[in-house]
Unconditional design. Sequence first.
Length: 223
Amino acid sequence: MLSNTVFSFLKELAANNTREWFTLHKKNYDVSRSQVLALIKEVHRQLDEVDKIENSKIFRINRDVRFSSNKSPYKTNFSGYYTRLGDSRRGSYYLSIQPGNQTVVGGGFYDPSKEDLFRIRKEFELDESIITKITTDKTFKLYFDQLRGERVATAPRDFDKEHPHIKWIQMKQFYAFRSFTDEEVMDPTFPQEVMKTFMVIRPFFDYMSDILTTDLNGESILK
């Protein structure tokens, strides 16, 4: 579904990241973007058969450079995400197409709200057995190695830094990515591999959804 056209365009863009060059090669961008968009739509179709998807989106290639020291106007990857439908389904699936064997597929919780993060930490403080079981599963380890994300240096406010579950309580983000080579991305079976990857992260999403839709007594907070 994705051809070498996509990778060639992104490589050239990385070497010539200017508005002038981009304008001259706009047709190449349009062709590349259309291939990525077709992939995102096909995965959306397949994903909606096994999970309920509210929306899928391809990110703009333009960078927001207002607060960045890097003033390059364009990203050097194509990326998109899938949001799950309804308050009872939490977590977002994500993919990023980037040359140099830097394509990643996965998802998670990149910027949880203050309230959600506190609820997650309270759950991990109480019980870390389920998150440990999910992230030490053989297939999860094979695809993702581990759950990743930024963490605080010691302990969050109101939590004990000596708590036996502190490695989970410290986390501020929760995501996992599987890497793919350029050759794997151009293989016709890549959409199926994306789906396999999303299904491996699904138990994590379902568990986090259970946490974020209940109180510590297990009672639903959904109206």
